[in-house]
Design a protein around this ligand. Structure first.
Ligand code: F6P
Length: 343
């Protein structure tokens, strides 16, 4: 077989581990693996490389993606859809393994509908891919955010300050909840549940009364924070180069509101792309490896149109269309666990 693999959307730790797993399990049966460069756009731009032992050497621990990635959506133009399909046909690829998040999944679903033999592997630090318990990159992002919260504790306490930690996650609060629980945050603000600012002020006061004159608040980049009069705190809404909404800035906006309502000194840490960089955790390496091996197994069986997922501790599959277009939001039970420790 001639297998093509691409990485789409934002990068994350563990992508290279998945590429390595695909290559090694394909080679075990004499199959060839070609890497499409720069995500889905690379298909239309006719950019691919043959993966060799030399190219995948050392990939297990390497962050980012050796194939490059882009947020470009080829579905926006019929011309680029056709160019991608033409290149795929001409190269005589037997399967396309697409490693990506929600956007990538929607693109894959459409190419599959049009006849391309596609299999998807979930990756995103946001962990919001519907149908999988974990996606590649999430565990590493949580580790990074947790370490940051741990470090902020000592400086917050020394200066008796309120520390706001802004984390990524788009419209789901997974990174905030996991790192907030692991780091012992005094409140965690997520997109799924509106949080009144007055409650934050109460937490600061209650903690000060107990002699804890500092607080750590973790805020997800799209958190819903309610001001007086049921108004939701707004952040500057901008769009990126590809027209997608660019989040970020809620930490500073919240700090301004908190300063107005309390006497505390407030400082903001925005973790940003640090959450997407560097070496994957052992969990992400293993997850990427298992998903990659499973995807090759499906390709051999010509079981296309599937997303490989982690369900409990088992690797399973589901039709791409079942997941595409949906967002997996945090569950209520986890929110309740987090709330036990607020204040
Ligand atoms: O989807 C992953 C993610 O890191 C989000 O958490 C964040 O909102 C977005 O990507 C940032 O995108 P970019 O890398 O284009 O700035």
């Amino acid at each position: 077989m001639k297998i093509a693999v691409l990485t789409g959307g934002g990068d994350c730790p563990g992508l290279n581990a998945a590429i390595r797993a695909i290559a090694k399990s394909a080679w075990a049966e004499g199959d060839e693996v070609h890497g499409i460069l720069e995500g889905w756009a690379g298909l239309a731009k006719r950019k691919s490389i043959l993966l060799s032992h030399k190219k995948i050497s050392g990939l297990l621990t390497l962050g980012g993606t050796i194939l490059g990635t882009a947020r470009i959506n080829p579905l926006k133009s019929e011309k680029s859809i056709q160019a991608a399909e033409k290149y795929f046909r001409e190269q005589k690829f037997d399967a396309l393994l697409s490693i990506g998040g929600e956007g990538t999944l929607q693109i894959a679903a459409e190419f599959y509908r049009r006849g391309m033999p596609v299999i998807c592997i979930p990756k995103t630090i946001d962990n919001d891919t519907w149908g999988t318990d974990y996606s590649i990159g999430f565990d590493t992002a949580v580790q990074i955010a947790t370490e940051a919260i741990d470090r902020l504790h000592t400086t917050a306490e020394s200066h008796q300050r309120v520390m706001i930690v802004e984390v990524m996650g788009r419209h789901a609060g997974w990174i905030a909840l996991y790192s907030g629980i692991a780091g012992g945050a005094d409140a965690i603000l997520i997109p799924e549940k509106v949080f009144p600012i007055i409650r934050l002020c109460d937490i600061v006061k209650a903690r000060a009364k107990r002699g804890r004159k500092f607080s750590i608040f973790v805020v997800s980049e799209d958190a819903k924070i309610e001001l007086e009069g049921k108004k939701i705190l707004e952040t500057p809404s901008t769009r990126d180069e590809y027209g997608d909404i660019k989040l970020g800035g809620i930490g500073e906006a919240l700090a301004t509101e908190l300063r107005r309502r309390s006497n505390s000194e407030v400082r903001v840490t925005v973790l940003g792309h640090v959450q997407r960089g560097g070496t994957p955790t052992a969990f992400d390496r293993i997850l990427a490896t298992r998903l990659g091996v499973k995807a090759v197994e499906l390709a051999r069986k010509k079981d296309f149109g599937k997303l490989v997922v982690l369900s409990g501790n088992e690797i399973q599959t589901l039709p791409i269309q079942k997941s595409a277009g949906k967002v997996k939001q945090v569950d209520a039970e986890l929110q309740k666990v987090a709330e036990v420790f607020f204040g």
